[in-house]
Ligand binder design. Sequence first.
Ligand SMILES: Cc1cc2nc3c(=O)[nH]c(=O)nc-3n(C[C@H](O)[C@H](O)[C@H](O)COP(=O)(O)OP(=O)(O)OC[C@H]3O[C@@H](n4cnc5c(N)ncnc54)[C@H](O)[C@@H]3O)c2cc1C
Length: 401
Amino acid sequence: MHSSITIVGASLAGVRAAEALRSEGFKGNIKLLGDEAHIAYDRPPLSKSFLEGEMTSEKLSLLTTEKINELELEIRIDSRVSSLDIESRTLEVKGGVEEFDALIIATGARARKLPNTEKISGIHTLRSLDDSIKIRDSFKSGNPKVVVVGGGFIGCEVAATASALGIEVTIVESQEVPLSHVLGEEAGKVISELHTNNGVQLKCGVEVQEIRGDSQVEGVLLGDGTLLEADLVIVGIGAVPNTEWLENSGLTIENGVCCDQTCLAAPNIVAAGDVARWYHRGYGKSIRLEHWDNAAEQGKHAALRLLQTEAEAQPYAPIPWFWSDQFDRKIQLAGISDPEDDFEVIVDSPEEGRYTAIYGNEGRLKAVLGINRPRHVMQFKSLMENKASWKEALDFAREIK
Ligand SMILES: Cc1cc2nc3c(=O)[nH]c(=O)nc-3n(C[C@H](O)[C@H](O)[C@H](O)COP(=O)(O)OP(=O)(O)OC[C@H]3O[C@@H](n4cnc5c(N)ncnc54)[C@H](O)[C@@H]3O)c2cc1C
């Protein structure tokens, strides 16, 4: 049994890991090391209610002082870990070298940036509390013209929040239909219409060619020659897993920390959350997810793995699930969809803002998309958990139509 467990990354996966260790009766020391200046907080509101100004930063907190005491956590913020040495079981932490007994890697991901834009102010990415505070403050200053680069889930959420605040906002997206690489064209169009109906301008099928402005952003030049005026540019072009500190560690890093089906990256070392790429037995391949629910569940699973023997270890093979709030819609996707999948719309009720569609492949139900339809999402998710065939899913769809 380990006498102490160190967790690198003090966010959702790390906190859930610490909680799981204590509820499983782990009595040793738990050290939680994070590089941010804030104690662990929740990210989803950063593009939604917090950005809109409805929520205080205290409400985002994942750990209160009472909770830290109850869990007997040794928590350190502003403590970046810069390298791992597996052989000597040491970490290079800001301020010195520290030994560990067992290790949980939970360093998440960071927002991808547009190259060569560091010197221009008014260009932001959104990953951290500090990012969200900066964007929120800029939303409040005057009446800024906002361009969102990238029509993925975060970009769409930021655009929806800005628009709800009465701010003029344009999304620039290189695909013809936002989110079509995940949801397919037909469902992607449902989301685009939601935005255009709520006053968001969409410029699709075109790339950003240049950001205009010397010290302060003034505009965004697109590949088709359009110049969009901009006081504020928010870049939402995906995330990169934080693995640089592990580069010479000997762990396998391939767009994430590679783990086996139980979340083990090496003996006594596990990974969880946005940084982890693990072998998902159900899909027969390695995957990495950037979903809140996965970070929470995998944090627990990976932590418990450290307390188990090889024979006791369980595979981690959940049906992935996430949500996105845009305007008055709760968009949820369970499973893994592919634009090439069979696709069936089950509910399409624009006046009520309700939509359900399912995705299938090789005779199996693969995913469900719901807009303001949480019950359908959970019903089809449970069919996926029971390995339902595409035919069974269609039969069930007929029953609930
Ligand atoms: C704006 C926003 C909105 C989102 N909305 C949704 C949503 O609606 N639905 C949904 O399902 N998901 C959403 N997500 C995704 C969800 O928040 C993430 O999946 C989740 O935060 C991942 O948790 P994590 O603990 O794995 O990583 P992170 O939350 O990324 O935390 C990793 C932590 O490790 C720290 N760290 C990194 N490197 C080091 C190092 N070397 N040393 C020490 N510390 C380090 C990081 O600074 C960070 O604090 C959203 C994400 C963002 C950014």
